[in-house]
Design a binder for this molecule. Structure first.
Ligand code: S3P
Length: 419
């Protein structure tokens, strides 16, 4: 499985800000993480690679970034834009962040509002979207104590990065646990971060010391094959070296509640992150009410979990997941529309979906430029009784360029055409 996307972004960001040379292994060579890499090159950081997932980052230190000559184009990547907005708010130069059509439609006020409370100067469009025009306010940010209204690792990480340049303490309290890769990696780079319950705090007192990073495989990419093997009779699959940080493993918990046969083997810690091999064997699934506390822990996996639900016996109900409406696409609507085209009884609700499991038919669906939608409908093909045609698949390259080849190797009859 390819390297973890969240950790790949963070390895570039923190490696660039560190003092010394950081070697990264397992880096995700896909468009989103490469957008972050390019942005740091544009800010004067020398980065060698990637070659076979290996990178060498010549860190410039916390105050060593240089003004980019042009706008920083971040493609489809929400993580790049939201985390960079925090980091760039406190620099001694101005910057402009832009993205593709999907990213330019995504809400940015969730970061610009708390950043403004810290003294940042960031202009969005009237709708609160990119491009973001950032006036660097070096030395003028002040820490805040922020209770996040939504459970978002991107918002949390954005504020922690801004807090590294702010006077006083910056604290973020989360309403539910979200991925904590930023906190773990900061600690790995020797930067002080204080965790007390659901509150994390940081100050400008600290330096990042270069540290080598071994990025494990992305559980969000593995999820397509956890579901694929669970729904395709006869499957028996071992996925090696997958990150199983407890803030990311909701997909395993949900699939197990549905009756999946997934074993977590050979658990170990690599560079401060838990890693394991995942063994998954076909098992008939049943519908469930998905516990709401698992939603943030499986936030990127719902498109493919909806496919699992469509193959399960009985009804699956998801609630408390309105955040899915503002991902790379409106993942509730786009999945409900596509599943209905395939003859599945899938009803969208404001904050989730109700799916009656049964058979999946063929048809033409649209992924709306969303990588995870395209891959989810490909996995649906394992159980469809007629061909599924999926349009608009190019963005699979943002997170999983090897998906097509891997899926084929595992027996999925997948034909790809340029559109
Ligand atoms: C991410 C956080 C999540 C997730 C995204 C990656 C991160 O977004 O959906 O794919 O790397 O911090 P939110 O913070 O918006 O939930």
């Amino acid at each position: 499985m390819p390297g973890d996307k969240s950790m790949s972004h963070r390895s570039i960001m923190l490696g660039s800000l560190a003092e010394g040379v950081t070697h990264v292994k397992g880096f995700l060579e896909a468009e989103d993480a490469l957008a972050t890499l390019q942005a740091f090159r544009d800010m004067g950081v020398e980065i060698e690679g990637p070659v076979n997932g290996e990178l060498t980052i010549h860190g410039v230190g916390k105050h060593g970034l240089k003004a980019p000559k042009n706008d920083l184009y971040l493609g489809n990547s929400g993580t790049s834009m939201r985390l960079l907005s925090g980091l760039l708010a406190g620099q001694a130069f101005n910057s402009v962040l832009t993205g593709d059509k999907s990213l330019s439609g995504r809400p940015m006020k969730r970061v610009t509002e708390p950043l403004a409370a810290m003294g940042a100067d960031i202009k969005t469009t009237e709708k609160g979207t990119a491009p973001l025009h950032i006036t660097g306010r070096a030395g003028q940010l002040t820490g805040i104590d922020y209770a996040m209204p939504i459970a978002s690792a991107q918002v949390k990480s954005c504020l922690l990065l801004a807090g590294m340049y702010a006077q006083g303490v910056t604290s973020v309290t989360e309403p539910a646990p979200t991925r904590d890769h930023t906190e773990r990696m900061l600690t790995g780079f020797n930067y002080p971060v204080k965790q007390e319950g659901n509150k994390v705090s940081i100050t400008a007192e600290g330096r990042l010391t270069a540290a080598d990073i071994d990025v494990p495989s992305d559980i969000s990419s593995a999820a397509f094959f956890l579901v694929g093997a669970s729904i395709a009779p006869g499957s028996d699959l071992l996925l090696r070296h997958v990150g199983i940080n407890p803030t990311r493993t909701g997909v395993i918990d949900i699939l197990r509640l549905m009756g999946a046969n997934i074993e977590v083997l050979n658990e170990r810690t690599v560079g401060g992150e838990p890693v394991a091999d995942l063994h998954v064997v076909y098992s008939p699934l049943k519908g469930i009410d998905i516990p709401e506390h698992l939603v943030p822990l499986a936030i990127d996996e719902f498109p493919v979990l909806f496919v699992a639900a469509a193959c399960a016996e009985g009804q699956t109900r998801l609630t408390g997941a309105e955040e899915l409406r503002v991902k790379e696409s409106d993942r509730i609507q786009v999945m409900a529309d596509g599943l209905q085209i395939l003859g599945v009884d899938a009803q969208s609700t404001e904050d989730g979906m109700i799916i009656q499991g049964g058979s999946i038919g063929g048809g033409e669906v649209i992924s709306h430029g969303d990588h995870r939608i395209a891959m989810s409908f490909s996995i649906a093909g394992l159980r469809a009784n007629a061909p599924i045609t999926i349009h608009d698949c190019e963005n699979v390259n943002t997170s999983f360029p090897e998906f097509r080849d891997l899926a084929r190797r595992l027996g999925l009859d997948l034909v790809c055409r340029e559109e």
